[in-house]
Design a protein around this ligand. Sequence first.
Ligand code: NAX
Ligand code: ADP
Ligand code: K
Length: 500
Amino acid sequence: MRGVWTPEQIRAAEQRLFTRTPEPAVMRRAAHAVARHTAQVLTECTGGVAGRHVTLLVGAGNNGGDALWAGSFLRKRGVGVTAVLLDADRAHQGGLLALRRAGGRAVRAEGPNPDTTGVGAEAAEAVQRADAVVDGIVGLSASGGLRPMAAELVDRVLMPIVSVDLPSGVDPVTGAVDGPAVSADVTVTFGGRKPCHVLGPGAVRSGDVLVADIGLDGDLPEPELHVLDAADVGAAWPVPGPEDDKYSQGVVGVAAGSATFPGAAVLAGGSAVRATSGMVRYAGPAADEVCRRWPEVVVTGSVTDAGRVQAWAVGPGIGTGASGRDVLRHVFDSGRPVCADADSITLLGADPTLWDARDPDAPVVLTPHDGEFERLGAGPVGTDRVAAARRVAARFDVVLLLKGNTTVVAAPDGRVLVNDSQQAWPATAGSGDVLTGLIGALLASGMDPWLACGCATRVHSDAAELAARDADGVGAPIGASALLDQVPAAVRAVRRAALT
Ligand SMILES: NC(=O)C1=CN([C@@H]2O[C@H](COP(=O)(O)OP(=O)(O)OC[C@H]3O[C@@H](n4cnc5c(N)ncnc54)[C@H](O)[C@@H]3O)[C@@H](O)[C@H]2O)[C@@H](O)CC1
Ligand SMILES: Nc1ncnc2c1ncn2[C@@H]1O[C@H](COP(=O)(O)OP(=O)(O)O)[C@@H](O)[C@H]1O
Ligand SMILES: [K+]
């Protein structure tokens, strides 16, 4: 499991590190990593390092200092380096001196001879002729989008961008973008990932994130967020052992679909079948459709005569009327772990007395998208998706899985998992029904609900990618059935990662 730390946590850890290693030495370590990865980018896109040109975009703080020091190291490898200073009076003095001593040059962003946008001729030329650009505009202290001059320069970049610590213009804590921002090819960050590398637009704008060791490891506290690697998911995914039978692996009940929406039942039931090897029971008005498509599912017309299950997946397509309410109440009343999605979330929002049927000892997972989240009555999601998910998880004592391009899974005790899918192929009707079936099956296997949500989300987004992309990586739109068909391949891939 990879950790993600807030800027506040990183700063506190840095302060502890500085008691052992002086700040300038730490900065040089960070800058060295930036220089090394920039040299790699130069080699990849120009075939070499010496004789190439790198332009540094340098802001007023230590982020700019890192860039300037990195420039001085690149100079020593024969790279022509120009620093464009966005705030010349506040540029990092040690870094600037090092760059100049190494034979690099510095120009002001705004002059001389500015064009109509205010960008000086030398700065414009330096950006346009660069083989790679290092973004040292702003780092952990960033707030808001890029200022106009920085935005204007970034707009003119034609070659790869290496961001120092984070892509400038992105909110370090939420990954939100409010105005112009850098889209990096590579981000070199220090000590550990920050939330903006895994959340929202920031995750996409970070490009490849490389974590450089600056000696912080022993100083870092428990991470604020966690990201599951394929190997974590593969190691946790339940598979049958020699002693297992269909019951011992957990029986999942699926209460989904209606005469109007039989497809939701077929998708959620099918994904439960494909997730684990135990047994799936379906209870509801789409029993015939489910049985026709998935003959291995044991079907019945109503939750009241469904037989024993170890967990329930409830909600997709059950409707928001009286029958949906009865289904949800019955499922809560069973005292089993429940994954409640779609219409069941709408029902809970409209009628909070439904919570009364819940056994307080049985875990509940809610899986809203942004609209359903708002219906729960705890306000809109807003830009801080982690805070929103934590708020509702604590308020209702549930594991809250907030869907989207970045899926956030918050446990009631505040632990948060993030899945940054980096692709949007799962954004198709019915794919949420597939996710519900996966989570339900994992809950029935006895997996911790928070981990179950993280594992299901990872396999779900990997399955979408496998369905959408061909061997060359070119994608085409898919439907939820195609995603469902790739669940076994996605499970195999994460298990392979765990075995190697
Ligand atoms: N503390 C340290 O010694 C270390 C810090 N490191 C670097 O230092 C960075 C943090 O440095 P600082 O705290 O000096 O701050 P930054 O360099 O992130 O920001 C500097 C200043 O930029 C201004 N600013 C804020 N938002 C802006 C925006 N959107 N556009 C333009 N300017 C904006 C603010 O006035 C801010 O104080 C890290 O991201 C990392 O790159 C690394 O060198 C590792 C060690
Ligand atoms: N832009 C996106 N990028 C990646 N995944 C997405 C995106 N939008 C939605 N998803 C995922 O697709 C699924 C959609 O679920 P949901 O909104 O419940 O759809 P439905 O109700 O049609 O099944 C969720 O797993 C969600 O995380
Ligand atoms: K930056």
